[in-house]
Design a protein around this ligand. Structure first.
Ligand code: DX5
Ligand code: ZN
Length: 222
């Protein structure tokens, strides 16, 4: 078992944005310590969501950790703006940065003052990026192709979770996409510790119970 605690991050992509402040307050009341914020640029992924303006609005209405996931072609151009808006953690995709620019990108990301993360699409092998992962605060493995909430979990990512956990016993490993009551026991057994949960969280009639159950980590045999 890794030493990084299990944390459920409600993904605001599935919340009611007309009631954003209420949704953030409800996440805190349900026991969440962090929320996940999906930034999509209609280029890296075929969807368009939100920018620093909305992160700044979130920051004014909550003390929850804002975990910002940049699904953008040019994430470093905007990282400081998201940090200034109040992002606590910023994760960029290795596919957007590329292997030659990765070390510079990590230094730039770190210089924003945010906690840093690297994200990997389902077809990208994180084992090719271990030197980069050694320099960041979290690894995010996409368990769907990024762009939309409500997609089905891709089980082929599971060996990748195990490979990262084997190499980095203490690194927080985030999984994002299709995370629900049926997949949580599987990904936690593989070594994931940060569970992004969008549609399953916001559809759940008792999200506080979902968080308690998931974070307790006792699921019986899987
Ligand atoms: C998808 C986003 C996810 C999304 C997950 O590209 O990165 O964070 O909100 O949604 P669910 O949990 O519904 O798969
Ligand atoms: Zn995400």
């Amino acid at each position: 078992m890794s030493q990084s605690p299990i944390i459920v991050l409600p993904s605001l992509l599935s919340c009611d944005f007309a009631r954003l402040a209420d949704e953030l307050a409800a996440c805190a009341a349900a026991g969440a310590s962090q929320v996940h914020v999906d930034v999509m640029d209609a280029h890296f992924v075929p969807n368009l969501t939100l920018g620093p303006l909305l992160v700044e609005a979130m920051r004014r209405s909550t003390d929850l950790v804002l975990d910002v996931h940049l699904m953008m072609t040019d994430p470093l151009r905007y990282a400081q703006s998201f940090r200034d808006a109040g992002a606590d953690a910023i994760t960029v995709h290795v596919e957007a940065v590329g292997p030659r620019a990765i070390d510079d990108a990590i230094s730039q990301l770190r210089s924003t003052g945010a906690a840093t993360g690297l994200a990997f699409n389902p077809d990208t092998d994180p084992c090719m990026w271990f030197d980069a992962l050694a320099q960041v605060d979290q690894c995010m493995l996409m368990t769907v192709y990024p762009g939309f909430g409500g997609q089905a979990f891709i089980p082929a990512v599971r060996p990748r979770i195990r490979a990262v956990r084997e190499r980095f016993p203490q690194l927080p490993i985030m999984v994002d996409g299709g995370i629900d009551r049926s997949t949580i026991p599987l990904v936690v057994a593989d070594g994931a510790t940060r569970l992004v949960c969008g549609s399953a969280y916001f559809k759940d009639p008792d999200p506080a119970a979902l968080i308690r159950w998931a974070q307790a980590g006792e699921y019986g045999d899987v």
